[in-house]
Design a protein around this ligand. Structure first.
Ligand code: HEM
Length: 470
């Protein structure tokens, strides 16, 4: 058994040697520590082995990390890479069961992803109705800034709650009470911290939870899961008594449950709600935080954006269709999404059948990670990739041009279903803030733009002085 566990499968991609029980987890952990994040650590390992497909074994699981445009496109678009891994740790993330959209695959995933996208659209997702909700939130943000006039503001105190409000409106049809909203955000933050701390132990040796429930972080995650579950359950109960006005995602799903459709259960409803809240909240607000941080650090860029907004919109409230006219601003936001790739390692995916990539044989059940972050800095694709240059997204005629090599929202059948909400939210809120306020340094020291990279990338905490434009 020991010998078998250290022998690599035939034509498996290159990578560090494997040891019994742990595979090469220790090498990955050391590299991650040395370079500050798992994404960077893996990227350095791939360079060490001069490979575009890195082969690893983490605990008992075969894992590959893919690099380069053609490999990444292949994984995003080919059906045999469409699965999601199934293990104790990922089930813990889904409140204990394999359910929801993000961590399921096969017919259940297909049906529920389709249902969710369709019904979110029915309640206004991706339409003018969504725009109205976002504009309302933008006005709340402006109200918050006005109320805290002359005080340094940490954007974390206001942006995540605005995104969460829009998401909750689609899922549960109402605006969340302020105290409830704060509790939810605190819960989500505590939960993602607990997952990153407990990650390696619970992933590698899940049974350690029986011996060290507290030390392994298991008890805390369970407690936080229960609290989040209670909040969503309460919303479902309210819908069952028709105590919420209008039409929303929970109502649409309860209708299917009432038709006794097999996979439509309350457990599944709860997990999809959680999926949408987790996948949508921090990602979207982090892009906005990076955008504000960049204009704070670069006043020339900020002035150019302001001039464009005033020239094109004047005092008109921004909406999504303005994005095609605000060329420089849109190019700036694309560059923010390239330069600070929010999900640098997309996935994980599970290989559904023995397959090949880049000449290597990948056995069924292998876990696949997709290094979008490295692609966004590939010097073969981007001119001077380390420089922040919104102009790279504007062509010679002054028209906005996107790139075929940008995957901030993934690609293919598992592409992010929330991209239209995220893009509108980021554009409308960013333009709305800059139209009214100059973003200034609050204590004379420029905050760093070095991100903290866990599962997603986030700026280090910083504060802003919002100065009202005359
Ligand atoms: C800037 C904001 C966002 C970024 C950068 C982002 C990024 C991504 C990426 C890269 C994936 C694909 C993962 C893969 O290929 O395996 C994904 C999936 C997903 N995203 Fe987003 N996302 C954002 C906002 C949102 C929002 C607002 C929502 C909800 C309304 C959302 C819901 C989801 C869900 C449910 C999935 C899983 C899809 C599936 O597995 O079929 N995301 N996201």
């Amino acid at each position: 058994y020991m010998l078998k566990s250290i022998v690599k499968p035939k034509k498996f991609p290159p990578g560090p040697s494997w040891y019994p029980f742990f595979g090469c987890s220790n090498v990955v952990q050391n590299m991650s520590k040395k370079y500050g994040s798992q994404w960077k650590g893996l990227s350095m390992l791939a360079k060490e082995y001069s490979t575009q497909v890195l082969g690893l074994k983490l605990g008992r699981d075969l894992v590959i990390v893919v690099y380069g445009d053609s490999n990444i496109r292949h994984v995003f678009t080919e059906t045999e890479f469409e699965g999601r891994p199934d293990n104790f740790f990922l089930r813990l993330r889904c409140l204990g069961k394999r359910a929801g959209i993000t961590f399921t695959d096969g017919p259940v995933w297909r049906e529920h992803r389709q249902f969710t996208v369709k019904h979110l659209r029915n309640v206004g997702f991706g339409k003018t109705l969504m725009e109205k909700e976002i504009q309302n939130e933008m006005n709340s943000i402006l109200g918050y800034i006005e109320r805290n006039n002359n005080k340094p503001i940490n954007p974390k105190n206001v942006l995540p709650s605005a995104v969460m409000n829009v998401l909750w409106k689609y899922v549960a049809g109402e605006t969340i009470r302020e105290d409830r909203l704060k509790t939810m955000l605190d819960l989500f933050n505590a939960r993602s911290k607990a997952f990153s701390m407990a990650g390696s132990w619970l992933m590698l040796i899940p049974w350690c939870r029986f011996f060290f429930p507290n030390l392994s972080g298991y008890s805390l995650i369970n407690k936080l899961n229960q609290q989040i579950s209670d909040i969503i359950e309460e919303a479902i109960k309210k819908h069952k008594c028709n105590a919420v006005e209008g039409n929303d995602f929970i109502y649409s799903f309860l209708e299917e449950i009432n038709k006794n459709k097999q996979t439509y259960t309350e457990e599944q409803l709860k997990t999809i709600c959680l999926d949408l809240l987790i996948a949508g909240s921090q990602t979207t607000s982090n892009v906005l935080e990076f955008a504000l941080l960049t204009v704070l650090r670069n006043q020339v860029i900020q002035q150019k954006i302001y001039d464009e907004i005033i020239h094109v919109l004047g005092n008109k409230e921004p909406c999504w269709t303005d994005s095609s006219r605000l060329t420089y601003t849109s190019a700036f936001l694309l560059e923010v999404q390239r330069y600070y790739t929010i999900v640098p390692l997309a996935g994980p995916r599970r290989v559904l059948d023995d397959t090949m990539i880049d000449g290597y044989l990948i056995p069924k059940e292998t876990t696949v990670l997709i290094s979008v972050g490295d692609l966004h800095f590939d010097p073969e694709i981007w001119d001077n990739p380390r420089a922040f240059q919104p102009e790279r997204f504007i062509d010679e005629r002054g028209i906005l041009k996107n790139s075929n090599h940008m995957y901030p929202f993934g690609l293919g059948r598992r592409r992010c279903p929330g991209d239209s909400l995220a893009k509108s939210f980021i554009f409308i809120t960013f333009v709305g803030i800059l139209q009214k306020y100059k973003v200034d340094c609050s204590n004379g020291i420029l905050p760093t733009d070095e991100p903290t990279i866990g599962l997603i990338s986030a700026p280090k905490p910083y504060t802003i002085d919002f100065v009202l434009r005359k």
